[in-house]
Ligand binder design. Structure first.
Ligand SMILES: [Zn+2]
Length: 258
């Protein structure tokens, strides 16, 4: 997508930090201890708000699945922002390694990628969606607009597959009160992640691979992207490494099974 998860969070954090720095500077220039303390509190509150929205693991607004540590021998690889031209090759590679995964697809891409979406489902992967548009302004929309996007993507997916799908992953992993309100009553489960690969950064597959495997533990959900330039070499290395650790790559549905 145009804006990566990390760049969105970075921009959000930078604006907050700039604002607080300016206010703090004003307090120092004024020489008032009270003003400086007030800005200190403001910094804490703003930091909390940034963390609550930008971290899917915060659970402040939406209760998302981050991992399942009871499944010590399982890893759930998940792919966002597809389908795209790499998706059939991702499916081939998963099949070759007898691995299952989860795909959070963008609603507006379904119509032109029907076959590949039906293949994901037929091959036993979890298929959820990632909003209709995944527009950079998604988290800033009203709850009514967000709900419309979620319902539209959900309906398009369910009409195509003829079955229920229960997972949603918020674009950029951002949650806020509008997204929480939009999700009310829809009966959807929200999928987060415990390992963010940062695979959309312009880095070699080896760098991303090392970042992931240095942290990987049983029950993790790993965030990857169909759109990442190095997704195929990265996926191959991950699948080999996970198999060497005697772990299974499973779908998120399997990860939460009792
Ligand atoms: Zn995304």
């Amino acid at each position: 997508m145009l804006t990566s998860h990390s760049s969105f969070c970075r921009r959000f954090r930078n604006i907050a930090l700039l604002l607080v720095s300016l206010l703090l500077l004003a307090g120092i220039l004024q020489g008032s201890l009270k003003t400086i303390l007030l800005f200190g509190w403001l910094l804490i509150v703003l930091s909390f708000l940034v963390w609550a929205s930008a971290s899917i693991a915060s659970g402040v607004y939406v209760d998302a699945l981050i991992c399942n540590r009871k499944k010590k021998n399982m890893i759930a690889l998940s792919f966002d922002d597809g389908p795209n031209e790499a998706t059939p090759q991702i499916l081939d590679m998963l099949q070759e390694h007898q691995a299952k995964a989860s795909f959070f697809i963008i609603g507006k891409k379904i119509a032109t990628n029907k076959e590949v979406v039906l293949r994901m489902i037929a091959e036993g992967h979890t298929v959820g969606h990632h909003s209709w548009s995944h527009s950079p302004g998604f988290p800033l929309k009203s709850s009514k607009e967000i709900r419309k996007e979620i319902v539209c993507a959900q309906n398009t997916l369910e009409v195509l597959s003829g079955q229920k799908h229960s997972w949603f992953r918020p674009p950029y992993g951002v949650t806020n009160p509008m997204i929480a309100k939009a999700l009310k009553g829809l009966g959807l489960k929200v999928a987060g992640w415990s390992i963010r690969s940062l695979d959309t950064k312009d880095e070699a597959a080896e760098v991303v691979y090392k970042r992931v495997v240095s942290r990987i533990k049983g029950g993790d959900i790993v965030l990857l992207h169909d759109t990442s330039a190095n997704i195929l070499p990265l996926l191959e290395r991950l699948l080999i490494s996970i198999a060497e650790r005697k772990m299974d790559c499973v779908s998120i549905d399997s990860l939460v099974e009792k």
